[in-house]
Design a protein around this ligand. Structure first.
Ligand code: 2PG
Ligand code: MG
Length: 383
């Protein structure tokens, strides 16, 4: 049995140079386990609530540590239940989803280390999901807009999705297309217009929401890739009919295979229409709509609003609940896409999580910027 002896919490910088939470959990035998938590910018308003970093540090040291000291890290459901009870609010607003998640993640990492197995394999074991043995397809965000870039693109993410479950092949394709895209972008708009955004994709100074798809199409010529978008539409002011027109053109001209958050986060009805219209050829995915929350997912299922779902551990706050959300999505027959956040650290936990739960896809930004590359390289290591 491996017990929690101590937890030291501190603040570190994330990829947007905002402070975020990092902890070092000390185990009974003195082994230190480090994790840090990411942070979204286009966050859904129904996500579990994180608190400020100083408050999270204080909550961990003054409230969480006294409760979990001596706890067996391998009892993940027991630990997570205790954290949820200790918080006592429906959205983790007392202790903070960031504070709770850090402890929950550290327990998983500690248990994997002590069990002598890779993190992804340990997660596969505790998830007990009937996961296919194939690896997730990689969803690479190669052009950034919306809140993740300083350009005028309404759409937040333009994604390429290689049609392979082989990690090496997938990264090879993403690498090739990303470089070609850079060359095309520089040639057309000049270097200064093609610097990268928050998730490492190029952020060309464009305002036509279709232009990025033309660029990507040229860059991807000859490669087996699908195209997708994350509209993150809660941050778009365009009215519903204009958005529908835009999506119609995108599907017709570029055969979009993936559309995330096409409408505002509470507009289940419009998602339902979208899924009825395009769900046969595209994965219509909830992110801000569903926020890794089984109650929101249930509503989306009853209303046939989506056929795919984003899973982000920090939207819900514990490993057990994130795994439960994956299980629920499987019951519903939905595609499961595990995702990083736009404000990341170099912690590569999410790569192991995506592989461990047998996700269909994993969204990790573009293959540039250290915090994104950390996830790509971890996936390559896992193989
Ligand atoms: C999203 C995410 C990650 P953020 O909307 O899917 O790409 O962005 O972390 O800013 O919510
Ligand atoms: Mg999203």
């Amino acid at each position: 049995m491996v017990r929690i002896k101590d937890i030291k919490a501190s603040k570190i910088l994330n990829s947007r140079s905002d402070w975020t939470l990092s902890i070092e959990m000390l185990l009974g035998d003195g082994t230190p386990i480090r994790v840090s938590v990411p942070e979204g910018k286009s966050s859904g308003s129904h996500e579990a609530a994180s608190v400020g970093v100083e408050e999270a540090i204080n909550n961990i040291e003054k409230i969480i540590l006294p409760a979990v000291r001596g706890f067996d890290v391998s009892d993940q459901p027991g630990l997570d239940r205790m954290l949820i009870r200790l918080d006592g609010t429906p959205n983790k607003s007392r202790l903070g989803a960031n504070a709770i998640l850090a402890v929950s993640m550290a327990a998983v990492r500690a248990s994997a280390l002590k069990a002598g197995v890779p993190l992804w394999q340990y997660i596969r074991g505790i998830a007990r999901l009937e996961s296919p043995r194939v690896r997730p397809r990689i969803f690479a965000n190669v052009i950034n807009g919306g809140l993740h870039a300083g350009n005028a693109l309404d759409i937040q993410e333009y994604l390429i999705i290689p049609r392979t479950h082989n990690i090496r092949e997938s990264v090879d394709i993403i690498h090739a297309v990303y470089h070609k895209l850079g060359t095309i972008c520089n040639g057309k708009y000049g270097h200064s217009a093609c610097l990268v955004g928050d998730e490492g994709g190029y952020a060309p100074a464009l305002d036509n929401n279709l232009s990025p798809l033309s660029l990507i199409q040229s860059a991807a010529e000859g490669h087996a890739v699908d195209f997708g978008i994350d509209a993150a539409a809660s941050n778009i002011t365009m009215d519903k009919n204009k958005l529908l027109d835009l999506y119609r053109i995108m599907v017709d001209q570029f055969k979009l295979a993936y559309i995330e958050d096409p409408f505002q986060e509470d507009d289940f009805q419009s998602f339902t229409e979208m899924t009825a219209g395009y769900g046969d050829s595209a994965i219509i995915t909830g992110d801000d709509l569903t926020v890794t929350n089984v109650n929101r997912m249930e509503e989306a299922w009853e209303r046939k609003s989506v056929n795919g779902v984003i899973i982000k551990p920090n939207q819900v706050g514990t490993m057990t609940e994130a795994i439960e959300a994956v299980r629920r999505a499987r019951d519903y027959g939905w595609s499961v896409i595990v995702s990083h956040r736009s404000g990341e650290t170099n912690d590569d936990f999410i790569a192991d999580f995506g592989v461990g739960v047998g996700a269909d896809g994993i969204k990790i930004g573009a293959p540039s910027r250290g915090e994104r590359v950390a996830k790509y390289n971890r996936l390559l290591e896992i193989g």
